[in-house]
Design a protein around this ligand. Structure first.
Ligand SMILES: NC(=O)c1ccc[n+]([C@@H]2O[C@H](COP(=O)([O-])OP(=O)(O)OC[C@H]3O[C@@H](n4cnc5c(N)ncnc54)[C@H](OP(=O)(O)O)[C@@H]3O)[C@@H](O)[C@H]2O)c1
Length: 266
């Protein structure tokens, strides 16, 4: 299936909390779940999916290969372990979570290994995450732009990442916006609050609508049923050109996900 534009993030959520979040999300109608090997929650995500009774072909599941598993053999073995934990025969999308720190594993090696897992049916599509323009150029050389389903990157009103998203648009690579709520900070912004008030919705819904109206996929996370429900309802919010432009003016280069091993950002 196509990746639903709005999905459910699971970063930081563990044990019963992730089971509850995914269970509520599936009950409310989410059909796209985003996990990763490093989140340490694939087994619980798999448990919640299995218990939900949602037919497999109605669900889009993404996982991400951690940096330690980027070598040719490790990548495949780690994806097999992910599938076991998720209790799935295949995932819909597998991403390289971060470029290999200091290019320890050549990008050509990990991307070719990832493409092989796709050819062998472990994953339906492949993609990347936290890739800069330089990394994307290399990736396009190795597997071709048409093979790269998405680059999952941090995008929200305060970090709009215009350089890399423009490059991706040129090459037809879809944007998946992670931390679309700036980890809750959108709730406090006066511009977003004003626009939200005029639509009688929340600032979170405005941030999600602004991203989706640009054609981006979004994967907000929440532990609360009411927030899960209202985030999903952001699909029904339509912003005017003037509102889109006003939110466009909120960019302040505020990057929240920036670990020590991050690449040199664009
Ligand atoms: N590829 C990567 O390297 C990468 C990095 C970071 C994240 N991600 C993915 O992106 C997903 C989303 O990012 P994130 O979870 O870090 O941040 P986020 O979705 O921007 O924000 C989540 C925070 O916002 C709050 N929230 C959610 N909905 C709300 C609402 N309607 N009203 C008020 N507060 C609300 C949540 O609290 P409550 O629980 O109280 O609702 C939580 O504290 C992750 O879960 C993960 O799947 C990927």
């Amino acid at each position: 299936m196509q990746m639903p534009q709005l999905g459910l993030g699971t970063f930081r959520l563990k044990d019963q909390q992730v089971i509850d979040s995914v269970t509520m999300g599936l009950e409310l109608g989410y059909r796209h779940i985003d996990t990763a090997q490093i989140y340490g929650n694939e087994a619980e995500v798999g448990q919640a999916i299995a218990a939900s009774g949602v037919p497999r072909d109605e669900l889009f599941v993404t996982t991400k290969i951690w940096t330690e598993n980027l070598g040719r053999d490790a990548l495949r073995a780690s994806l097999e372990t992910s599938l076991e934990k998720l209790k799935l025969d295949r995932v819909d999308l597998t991403l390289i979570h971060w470029p290999s720190p200091n290019d320890a594993v050549p990008l050509s090696e990990s991307l070719q290994a990832l493409a092989r897992t796709r050819a062998d049916g472990l994953t339906t599509a492949i993609g990347v995450s936290n890739f800069t323009i330089a990394h994307l150029k290399q990736a396009i050389d190795v597997v071709g732009a048409e093979m790269i389903a998405t680059n999952q990157i941090e995008v929200h009103p305060f970090l709009q990442n215009r350089k890399v998203t423009a490059f991706m648009a040129e090459h037809g690579i879809a944007v998946t916006a992670y931390m679309p709520l700036a980890y809750g900070k959108v709730m406090d912004d006066p511009v977003l609050r004003d626009i939200a008030a005029s639509h009688d919705v929340s600032p979170a819904q405005i941030a999600l609508a602004w991203l989706m109206q640009q054609g981006y996929a979004v994967i907000p996370s929440s532990t609360k049923r009411a927030n899960l429900q209202s985030n999903l309802a952001a699909r029904r919010v339509t912003l005017t050109d003037a509102e889109m432009a006003a939110i466009g003016g909120l960019d302040r280069g505020e990057r929240l996900a920036n670990p020590g091993f991050a690449p040199k950002w664009d």
